[in-house]
Design a protein around this ligand. Structure first.
Ligand code: FAD
Length: 424
């Protein structure tokens, strides 16, 4: 199954990895991305709508390990920070602040903090160097015919799809489309016209907003850890039972922090943001010594307050012509830190199934003439949808459940007892 024209819609982390897998298999790959190139300094930064850094786990690393790119693995090893567990922050009844580490793994295995944009840029750099890959930015998928294998894209020469310029439309033919265009996927929307897709989406009553803990000013120092105000090797949680504040380390010594709260609490604070420092002192003790009260208020006013969507659908494909991956197939709430990881794993799983069918059917002794790549791909995609649906739905449910674990259960005596017994 080589030499097919494979188009990838969406150059986020999942689309970029999928393009790399397809290119390594000798396909002619074209990637179409709605936004401008995020490596261009004039592009609206990704963190305008997306969190800056993420927890990368073995699920995602394994998918990158199998991509066949040393440069990518080098990035994973050199540009990530290991997080060995959670660090729970609180205040004792005596009023004293405490920090309680809770390791993720008794063998010391870790997850890793990674800058999403850096990872995405590295993937684009790797793709750009490949002779069989073409990148098209400022191209928005607007239509698709999955029987005729044609897609239509609106192109704008102005960066970030500036609405004041008139778009042109281009038609692109393909053998195979990989739809990795995120939670509000246009590929999924068009796919629904071709398959009896079960689809379910829910906005949970939680809004998120980002803040930053700045590094310590330590001047030139031999100790790379000196600049971090709190442990760089933990995912920090200030559990508030109904809401929570978290912090994830970045290589430059900052921590990207996220406030997750019900919309009614946000509305209360939006009405009077000056309450924010006292609110934090009450529910997230110690944070105002890490982020100044004025920075808390200004970040709350400046940074977007964004919703969280959870969606499931099935099947993920139509015939041999299209499949959706990543958030386009299963956007989930971020509390298990698995959205991107599961999307990267989609890529690994999909190509493992495609490879298996390619070998199995080409070597079919009963009918050696079955070498049509479309026939091979159709059976591979059907198998992919069948095996991936229960896994994606399960991780989606676990992500919803883990919000209760993070914001409340980590404080409960039952949780501590269970943990103590596990360690014993
Ligand atoms: P996206 O990153 O959404 O990329 C889709 C791309 O498609 C975009 O570049 C978009 O511009 C493009 N596009 C959209 N429409 C079109 C169109 N019509 N035509 C062409 N291109 C189009 N995951 C983790 O694994 N670990 C974490 O710790 C974690 N933390 C998170 C914290 C928060 C607050 C949030 C909101 C999410 C978090 N996630 C985490 C989830 C993670 O961000 C997503 O799962 C991941 O970004 C999905 O990648 P993707 O490539 O599928 O989609």
């Amino acid at each position: 199954m080589t030499g097919q024209k494979c188009i990838v819609v969406g150059a986020g982390p999942v689309g970029s990895l999928a393009a790399l897998y397809a290119a390594k298999r000798g396909h002619d790959v074209e990637i179409y991305e709605l936004r401008s190139d995020l490596r261009d300094p004039s592009t609206t930064p990704l963190n305008f709508t997306k969190s800056i850094n993420l927890a990368l786990s073995e699920r995602g690393i394994n998918a990158m390990r199998h991509a066949g790119s040393d440069k990518l693995l080098q990035h994973v090893h050199s540009a990530t920070i290991p997080m060995r567990g959670r660090m729970i922050h609180g205040r004792k009844p005596t009023g004293e602040l405490y920090e309680e580490p809770q390791d993720y793994d008794i063998h010391g295995r870790t997850i890793f903090a990674v800058d999403r944009a850096d990872l995405n840029k590295r993937l684009l750099d790797i793709l750009e160097e490949m002779p069989n890959v073409k990148l098209f930015f400022n191209h928005k998928l607007t239509g698709a015919d999955f029987r005729q294998r044609k897609a239509w894209f609106e192109t704008r020469s102005a960066p970030n799809g500036d609405a004041s310029t008139r778009p042109d439309e281009i038609e692109v033919s393909f053998d195979f489309m990989l739809g990795a265009d995120g939670a509000h996927s246009a590929v999924r929307y068009h796919l629904m016209k071709y398959v009896r897709m079960d689809y379910q989406q829910k906005y949970i009553d939680t809004i998120w907003c980002e803040f930053t803990i700045q590094p310590k000013d330590v001047g030139p120092s031999d100790d790379p850890m000196a600049k971090f105000r709190i442990s760089p090797n933990h995912l920090h949680i200030w559990p508030g039972r109904q809401f929570m504040f978290i912090a994830i380390p970045s290589e430059d010594g900052t921590f990207t922090c996220t406030l997750f709260m019900p919309s009614s609490n946000y509305a209360e604070l939006e009405a009077d943001p000056s309450q924010l420092p006292s609110y934090f002192d009450r529910y997230f003790p110690g944070v105002t010594s890490l982020i100044s009260p004025s920075d808390l208020v200004s970040s709350f006013k400046a940074n977007p307050h964004l919703p969280l969507i959870s969606l499931k659908c099935t099947p993920y494909h139509f015939s041999s012509s299209v499949v959706v991956l990543g958030d386009a197939a299963h956007a989930m709430v971020p509390f298990y830190g698995q959205g991107m990881n599961a999307g990267l794993e989609d890529v690994y799983t999909l190509f493992s199934v495609l490879d298996k069918h390619s070998v199995e059917e080409t070597n079919n002794p009963v009918n050696p003439s079955v070498v049509d790549p479309a026939i091979q791909r159709a059976s591979a995609l059907a198998e992919y949808s069948a095996i991936r649906t229960p896994d994606a739905h399960a991780i989606n449910d676990l992500a919803l459940q883990n919000y209760i674990e993070m914001r409340a259960s980590v404080l409960s005596p039952a949780y501590r007892l269970r943990k103590a017994l596990e360690e014993w």
